[in-house]
Design a protein around this ligand. Structure first.
Ligand SMILES: Nc1nc2c(c(=O)[nH]1)N[C@H]1C(S)=C(S)[C@@H](COP(=O)(O)O)O[C@H]1N2
Ligand SMILES: [Mo]
Length: 201
């Protein structure tokens, strides 16, 4: 059976090649990718705000966020620039914990994540509610490195990694979709790596 060079490498590394989306290659390293510079964070003044179509908007301090129940999940990440990394263990807080505090209105259909320096990324609210989505504080047992989003990043499974906003500061629930930073650059709104939804014009 024909296999691409990239698929061969996945097999040789001992993984099921079906885990590699089309047009991707496996990397062992964890590349760093973002627009702008790595922000510095003062946890004493840091907040995580949830706003928009909710009954009770909140602005949680670092301590308040970390008092919520925690969970972890291991998953594969796929960057639109074609690298994939398998089995990254993210740990943090599931959206459901925050949802209980804010109580979304029935009109809430989209989530617009906002990060330091004005970065945004949009997903349907179902992606945020995914069992394996996370407000992640840790990766592979360590607090997130500064360049990977310390102190908090979003992790959205099943979508190219640009939807997983680093340096997350808030989530707005909205009745309407709002294209995020990379989406306005022509990246695909839906971003399913197995469908190769990379760009749209
Ligand atoms: N705040 C912020 N988050 C971001 C980005 C960004 O530019 N700013 N880039 C995204 C892109 S394109 C990718 S591939 C991943 C990369 O995450 P990593 O650097 O931890 O690998 O972060 C995503 N999250
Ligand atoms: Mo990316």
């Amino acid at each position: 059976m024909f296999r691409s060079k990239a698929e061969k490498k996945v097999l040789e590394a001992g993984y099921d090649p079906a885990r590699l989306p089309p047009g991707q290659y496996l990397t062992e390293k964890w590349p760093v990718l973002h627009a702008g510079s790595v922000p510095s964070t003062d946890l004493a003044t840091w907040t995580f705000a949830v706003s928009g179509e909710v009954e009770s908007p909140v602005s949680l301090s670092w301590a308040e966020l970390n008092a919520l129940p925690r969970t972890e999940h291991t998953q594969d990440i796929h960057c639109v620039t074609r690298w994939s990394k398998f089995d990254v263990t993210f740990e943090g807080i599931h959206w459901r914990e925050v949802e209980q505090l804010v109580r979304p209105k029935p009109s809430a259909r989209f989530a617009i994540a906002s990060a330091e320096q004005g970065f945004t990324a949009n997903v349907p609210i179902s992606s945020l509610r995914d069992e394996h989505a996370l407000l992640a504080t840790h990766a592979n047992g360590e607090p997130l490195a500064a360049e990977h989003g310390y102190p908090l990043r979003l992790v959205i499974p099943g979508k190219y990694f640009w939807k997983s906003a680093k340096w997350l500061r808030g989530i707005e629930l909205s009745a309407n979709d709002k294209p995020g930073f990379w989406e306005r650059y022509g990246y695909h709104n839906d971003a399913d790596p197995f469908e190769e939804q990379r760009y749209q014009f």
